[in-house]
Write a protein that binds this ligand. Sequence first.
Ligand code: DAT
Ligand code: MG
Length: 143
Amino acid sequence: MAVERTFSIVKPDAVAKNVIGEIYSRFERAGLRIVASKMIHLSREKAEGFYAEHKERPFFGALVDFMTSGPVMVQVLEGENAIKANREIMGATNPAEALRGTIRADYAVSVDENAAHGSDSPESAEREISYFFSTEEICPRTR
Ligand code: DAT
Ligand code: MG
């Protein structure tokens, strides 16, 4: 299996709950390495651009309100099969459907505020990583 990179967000609800470290530990325990990381408070424009694929969905306005409601951690995770591995660690979009022991099952209460984001494909990972990080901000850790 190839070493991949994926893009991840610890969303405002999880930052407010003070569980950034708990979530980072889960990535590390799963063998993913954090190769870039920063805290930012998204502008509306930045959040709208990030979620552009959902622009026509009824929840779009609420999603942007939530994502701009407080700071987030954005990070790049690197490891074997990182995109799928991160989606598994996160659990289903709706926390009510997320498997026990996943980030969303443990830290999220609703689909509106679901604690974490993870890229869903190699194409979205590439787009999302470059939407937030320049090449020199990413420090490869695998040898
Ligand atoms: P994911 O974040 O698991 O990739 P997605 O890309 O379908 O899920 O949706 C992006 C975010 O939009 C999701 O994390 C929370 C919000 N969202 C999705 N479906 C929703 C719904 N039915 N009601 C409210 N918010 C929703
Ligand atoms: Mg998605």
